[in-house]
Design a protein around this ligand. Structure first.
Ligand SMILES: [Zn+2]
Ligand SMILES: [Zn+2]
Length: 138
């Protein structure tokens, strides 16, 4: 198996920096109302990776936690408000991270399957046009 060049990510202000040291498992665009409101966006994008392969290099203490829907814990930068990680107690093997925080120059594409989820909660005026699979819930 070819070696994986780690992904490097950080929040907008740079207080929190992390690395993803293995190929992410999956990527999804979540249209649920909790993601929309926590991010202030039409949908939120997350990728998952084995927990041991998400390394917070800097600023762990600068992460605030918000439990929008237990057992889901959302982590964001206390300084700039950037949404960064989700831990789900129901899936202790993985961690979710926001791929929008990654520096992508060395990675042309995300090497994982991607899909839209919770499209039943999608804002009505936004049309999904990327051809990815869509799920009403997960
Ligand atoms: Zn920040
Ligand atoms: Zn969501």
């Amino acid at each position: 198996m070819p070696s994986f060049k780690p992904l490097a990510g950080h929040c907008q202000c740079g207080s929190v920096r992390f690395q993803v040291t293995a190929v992410p498992r999956e990527l999804y665009h979540c249209h649920c109302s909790m993601c929309r409101r926590c991010h202030g966006t039409v949908f939120a994008t997350y990728a998952t990776v084995d927990r041991a392969h998400l390394i917070v290099e800097k600023g762990e203490a600068n992460l605030a936690r918000f439990d929008s829907s237990p057992p889901v814990h959302r982590f964001f930068c206390k300084t700039c408000g950037c949404q960064m990680f989700i831990d789900d107690d129901a899936r202790p093997d993985i961690r979710y991270f926001t791929p929008g925080t990654i520096d992508w120059p060395d990675h042309a594409e995300v090497p994982v399957p991607a899909r839209h989820i919770f499209v039943g909660s999608k804002v009505p005026w936004f049309e999904i046009g990327d051809g990815l699979p869509q799920a009403t819930v997960v």
